[in-house]
Structure formats: structure tokens, C-alpha cells
Design a protein around this ligand. Structure first.
Ligand code: HEM
Length: 127
């Protein structure tokens, strides 16, 4: 359903084009009508026209409302876009927690041994 947009096509829709686009996280949005309503101003949007504005968009900390607004401005998807490698981080942290989990066992065994030894000692003293 959604249309694929090449980098070249995006670049053509800069501030000099009659229909201006910006890209955020691999999706292309039209700012032609919206720029007049943007709470952050028209100029800041035009500065990013024809380019990837993902970083600028995230840095402002836009609200959920702003993200919902994006959906209505969608033109299509940017060709060959790769998302950042968040997946790798998740899998490596899982490995770390699994290995630290197994190293807890000797400590538990040691503590149980100490408790038993203390129990035997105090039983002997009480006699
Ligand atoms: C089409 C894409 C965009 C949409 C739909 C959008 C929407 C909005 C909305 C709804 C707000 C009000 C505050 C909020 O709800 O978070 C806002 C604020 C703002 N936006 Fe955007 N924005 C877009 C792109 C950008 C870009 C690329 C920049 C570049 C840095 C930008 C800069 C700002 C700034 C600086 C404010 C704060 C205004 C203030 O609080 O005085 N926005 N935007």
C-alpha cells in the first residue's frame, strides 16, 4: 500500500519544491500544508525539507500527539532504510544476565554450608 521513495526523490522535495517532504525514521512525510500549523515554526521544518530529520525530531522530544500527527502526513517509505542496531544490544544483555545467574550457585552452596556448620557448633555448645 505504502509507496517506496528513493533518496533522490526525497532530496528533490526540498524547500524550493512546491510539495516539501521530510524523512523521520525511514518514513517520508509531507510538510507542505502542515508547516503553517507547526508549533515549532515553519522555518525549522523547511530547514529539513528534502532531508532526513530523524535526529532533529527526536532531540526535540516530540509528544505522542506529534507522532500521531505524522501518520496523517505520510507519503511513503524511504528506500533502503536500516533502523539502528537496538536488537543486538538486547541479545547481548540477555547473554550477560544468563552467565551471571549461574555464578550465583557456588555462593548459595557456601552459605548453606556455613549455616549447617554454625548449627552443629551451637548444638555442641548447648550440650
Ligand atoms: C512533520 C514532522 C513534525 C511534526 C508533525 C511536528 C509536530 C510538532 C508538535 C505537535 C509540536 C508541539 C509539541 C509536541 O506536541 O511535542 C511540535 C513542537 C516543536 N517541534 Fe515539531 N514536528 C515535526 C517536525 C519537527 C522537526 C523536523 C523539528 C526540527 C528540529 C521540529 C522542531 C520542533 C520544536 C523546536 C518544537 C517546540 C516548540 C515549542 O515548544 O516552542 N519539529 N512539533
Amino acid at each position: 500500500m505504502s509507496r517506496i521513495i528513493t533518496k533522490k526523490e526525497l532530496e528533490e522535495h526540498d524547500e524550493n519544491h512546491k510539495d516539501q517532504w521530510i524523512a523521520v525514521d525511514g518514513k517520508v512525510y509531507t510538510i507542505t500544508e502542515y508547516k503553517h500549523e507547526h508549533p515549532g515554526g515553519e522555518d525549522i521544518l523547511l530547514e529539513h525539507a528534502g532531508a532526513d530529520a530523524s535526529e532533529a525530531f527526536e532531540n526535540v522530544g516530540h509528544s505522542k500527539d506529534a507522532r500521531n500527527k505524522l501518520k496523517s502526513l505520510l507519503v511513503g517509505e524511504l528506500e533502503g532504510y536500516k533502523s539502528s542496531g537496538a536488537k543486538d544490544e538486547v541479545s547481548s544483555s540477555t547473554t550477560t544476565s544468563a552467565s551471571s545467574g549461574s555464578s550465583v550457585m557456588p555462593i548459595i552452596v557456601g552459605l548453606v554450608a556455613v549455616v549447617i556448620a554454625a548449627g552443629v557448633y551451637f548444638t555442641k555448645i548447648a550440650q
